[in-house]
Design a protein around this ligand. Structure first.
Ligand code: UDX
Length: 418
C-alpha cells in the first residue's frame, strides 16, 4: 500500500519505518530540512533502540523515502498518517495548531478516497470535526499509538492491540489490511471511542503508577516495605505486579499532557473527573517528597552541598527530558544552591555539570540521588561508590539498589516506601 506519514518525531518515525519494514511504500514528510537530511543518511533523529538499524534497512530496500515538502510526500497516497505534536496549551487542553496548519496546507491536495488517520493523540471529536471540514471525498480515522519510548520499535511490531476508529467500513478494511502482517487483537470501532481509548489507557496507567506511589508513601508512614506489599497484592491476577513501581512520579511526553487534557475534555463535556485530578496533584507532590529526602540527608539545607544525581531522563532507555521528574529535581537542587553533578547514559542537561560515569558523578558527593531507572545503576559496585563519596547518604528514588549492599558498603540508604 502507498502510505504517507507526516511528522518525523517519535511517533511518525516509528510508524514510517515500521510500516516500510512491513513492505509498504512509505513517504515521510518532515518540515525540518536538517532532520530530513539526517534521516536520508540513515541516522534516526531520535534515540530509540533498534530504530536506526531498521531505518537503514528500509532505506536500502527503497520502501521509505523522506520529503521536506508535505505535498511531495502526499502523492499517490492510499493512507495518510498525521503524526504531528499535540502539546498542552496553557489551559491544559491539547494544542492542535500544528495539525490545523497541516490540514490547511494539504486539504486541497488530498487524493480522492484517501484515508486520513490521526496517529497523534487528539481530543475526542477531532476526527468527526475534521471529517465535516474535509467533506466525504476523504475518510478520516483514528488509529492511536500506544508506543513506549525505549521499546517503541518492538511495541510497533508486537503491539498488545491495534485500535482503529472509522465511520466508513471500506476505509476500516483498508487500515486493517495495512497491519495484516502484525499479529494482534484488533479493536475496530467508531472514531470517538478510538480517540478516547488512547486517553483512557494513559489515564489508567498514570493512575496505577500514582497508586503504587501512594502505597509506598503509606508504607513509610506505617513502617512497611512497599516491595513486599506490592508482591502481596501482585499475585492477585486481577491486580498483577506490573506498572506500579514506586518512584518520583510519572513524566514523559504523554502521561502529564494526556491526563491534563482528559481532565479538561471531561470538564468541557460536563463530567468532573475528580479521580484523575487527584492523580495529577499527587504526582506533582511525589517529586517534592524526593527533594525533601535529599534535603534532609544534606542536613536540612542544600546550599553548597555536593549532590550526585544518577539519571536525568524521565525514565531509563531514553534521552527524553520532557516532564522528567529527575530533571525537575536537578533544577530545583541547583536553584537551592547545591553543587549538582549528573550522570545519564543518554541525556544531557544544559547548564549542569555532567559526569562521564556513575562513579565520576559520585566523586566527592555528600548525597547520591538515583533519579532514573537505568539498568546499569543497579550493577555499580557500591563499595567503589563509598570510596569516592565524601558523605554517606544514598537516596534511591527508583528502588533500584539493594539496601543491604548499600549499607554493607558503609553508606546510608533511603528508598521509596521501604
Ligand atoms: C507511555 C505509555 O506507556 C504509552 O503506551 C503511550 O503511547 C505513551 O506514554 P512512555 O511515556 O514511553 O509511554 O513511558 P512509560 O514506560 O509508560 O512510563 C511513563 C512514566 O511512568 C515514566 O516517567 C516512568 O518512569 C513512570 N513509571 C512507569 C513509574 O514511575 N512506575 C512504573 O511502574 C511505570
Amino acid at each position: 500500500m502507498n502510505v504517507t506519514v507526516i511528522g518525523a518525531g517519535y511517533v511518525g518515525m516509528v510508524q514510517a519505518v515500521g510500516l516500510a519494514s512491513l513492505g509498504h511504500r512509505v513517504r515521510l514528510g518532515e518540515a525540518n530540512p536538517d532532520r530530513v537530511a539526517m534521516i536520508q543518511s540513515g541516522d534516526s533523529p531520535i534515540f530509540e533502540e533498534g530504530l536506526s538499524a531498521l531505518l537503514r534497512q528500509v532505506l536500502e530496500d527503497g520502501t521509505l523515502s523522506v520529503h521536506s515538502n508535505n505535498l511531495d510526500a502526499l502523492s499517490e497516497a492510499d493512507v495518510i498518517f498525521v503524526a504531528l505534536p499535540t502539546p498542552s496549551a496553557p489551559d491544559g487542553t491539547a494544542d492542535l495548531s500544528a495539525i490545523g496548519g497541516l490540514l490547511a496546507e494539504i486539504a486541497a491536495h488530498l487524493p480522492d478516497g484517501v484515508v486520513l488517520v490521526f496517529k497523534s493523540t487528539v481530543p475526542v471529536g477531532t476526527v468527526a470535526k475534521t471529517q465535516r471540514e474535509l467533506g466525504d471525498r476523504v475518510h478520516v480515522a483514528s488509529n492511536p499509538e500506544f508506543l513506549r519510548e525505549g521499546s517503541a520499535v518492538s511495541d510497533f511490531l508486537h503491539p498488545d492491540r491495534i485500535v482503529i476508529g472509522v465511520a466508513d467500513t471500506d476505509a476500516g478494511e483498508k487500515l486493517r489490511k495495512l497491519y495484516d502482517a502484525i499479529e494482534a487483537p484488533l479493536v475496530m470501532t467508531d472514531p470517538a471511542s478510538a480517540e478516547l481509548a488512547k486517553y483512557a489507557a494513559n489515564a489508567y496507567l498514570a493512575t496505577r503508577v500514582t497508586f503504587g506511589n501512594a502505597i509506598a508513601n503509606l508504607c513509610e508512614a506505617v513502617g512497611a516495605d512497599v516491595k513486599d506489599v506490592l508482591d502481596g497484592i501482585g499475585h492477585d491476577h486481577r491486580i498483577g505486579r506490573h506498572f506500579m513501581r514506586p518512584g518520583p512520579g510519572f513524566g514523559g511526553s504523554c502521561f502529564p499532557k494526556d491526563t491534563q487534557a482528559l481532565v479538561k475534555a471531561a470538564e468541557q463535556a460536563g463530567y468532573d473527573f475528580t479521580l484523575l485530578k487527584s492523580v495529577i496533584t499527587e504526582n506533582e507532590v511525589q517529586r517534592s517528597r524526593v527533594l525533601d529526602k535529599v534535603r534532609t540527608a544534606a542536613g536540612g539545607e542544600l546550599a553548597g552541598v555536593p549532590v550526585a544525581v544518577w539519571g536525568a531522563a524521565y525514565k531509563g532507555g531514553t534521552d527524553d527530558l520532557r516532564s522528567s521528574p529527575a530533571l525537575w529535581l536537578i533544577q530545583r537542587m541547583d536553584a537551592e544552591g547545591a553543587a549538582v553533578t549528573v550522570f545519564d547514559p543518554a541525556a544531557t542537561v544544559d547548564g549542569i555539570t555532567m559526569a562521564g560515569s556513575p562513579l565520576e558523578a559520585a566523586s566527592g558527593a555528600a548525597v547520591l540521588l538515583v533519579a532514573t531507572e537505568w539498568d546499569m545503576f543497579s550493577t555499580v559496585d557500591m563499595t567503589d561508590v563509598a570510596a569516592v563519596m565524601d558523605g554517606q547518604w544514598v537516596i534511591d528514588a527508583r528502588n533500584m539498589l539493594d539496601p543491604a549492599e548499600v549499607r554493607a558498603a558503609g553508606l546510608r540508604y533511603r528508598g521509596i516506601g521501604r
